[in-house]
Design a protein around this ligand. Structure first.
Ligand code: DX5
Length: 228
């Protein structure tokens, strides 16, 4: 199955949401038509920012039925992963740069009954994950340096997306390609045309003057047009 034929998914980053009423915000994202919801988990070490613990996610779980994914921007994620599964995250995204034994850590995600994905910082080459593609259902290529929302999209990641798409196709693997960082109406087509089918957006969703529903529909249409 080629990456080009894979369905486009729009996934919000919750980072720009109003944290004083996260349950309502999560419900509003589902009502806007997103495919799942991404929680940016930051520990202040792997990235210079600190965000949500598992209890916050668990409190929001009853407010939506779409799947939750945890983007683990933490060092030694193997220490914490079970907490995010218990909080209701079906998919755990582990950074290749965050753990000493990536193959073992990804296998542990499956042992916890969750689905596994691996993420690459902008400077990390595709070759870093070549030998764990059989353990994951998705690879996340960061299109910003992780740690903050509202940053500029790094367009030089598009050849890297294309390289990964070609590798996945050559190996005949069933693996999605996700991108995250600076995705919006102007940048989404480039990422989609390069081979990404799962597109994370934060500030672009909340900046749309016509609201979340319009933002999701518009981004999906632009990505689908570029993918075909
Ligand atoms: C950054 C996070 C992203 C970020 C996306 O480290 O992983 O999910 O919140 O936000 P935008 O779309 O505003 O770049």
């Amino acid at each position: 199955m080629t990456t080009m034929a894979r369905p486009i998914e729009i996934v919000p980053s919750v980072l720009p949401a109003d944290f004083s009423r996260l349950g309502e915000e999560v419900a509003a994202l589902q009502a806007a038509g997103v495919d799942r919801i991404q929680w940016d988990v930051m520990d202040g070490v792997f990235v210079p920012n600190l965000t949500v613990g598992p209890d916050v996610i668990a409190a929001c779980r009853p407010h939506a039925t779409v799947p939750f994914e945890a983007h683990l921007m933490v060092v030694e994620p193997e220490r914490l992963m079970h907490l995010y599964v218990e909080a209701g995250c079906e998919l755990l995204i582990v950074h290749a740069e965050s753990t000493r034994h990536l193959h073992r850590t990804l296998a542990q995600v499956a042992d916890l009954g969750a689905r596994a994905a691996v993420a690459l910082n902008p400077s990390t080459p595709v070759a870093e994950v070549r030998h764990v593609l059989d353990l994951v259902e998705m690879v996340l290529i960061m299109t910003v340096n992780p740690g903050f929302g509202g940053q500029a999209y790094i367009a030089t990641m598009e050849p890297k997306i294309a390289e990964l798409a070609a590798l996945i196709e050559a190996e005949g693997l069933d693996v999605d390609i996700e991108v995250d960082g600076g995705i919006g109406p102007i940048t989404i087509a480039g990422a989609s045309a390069a081979g990404a089918n799962v597109l994370v957006a934060g500030s672009a969703l909340y900046k749309d003057p016509e609201g979340l529903g319009h933002a999701v529909t518009d981004l999906r249409a632009r990505a689908e047009a570029a993918a075909s």
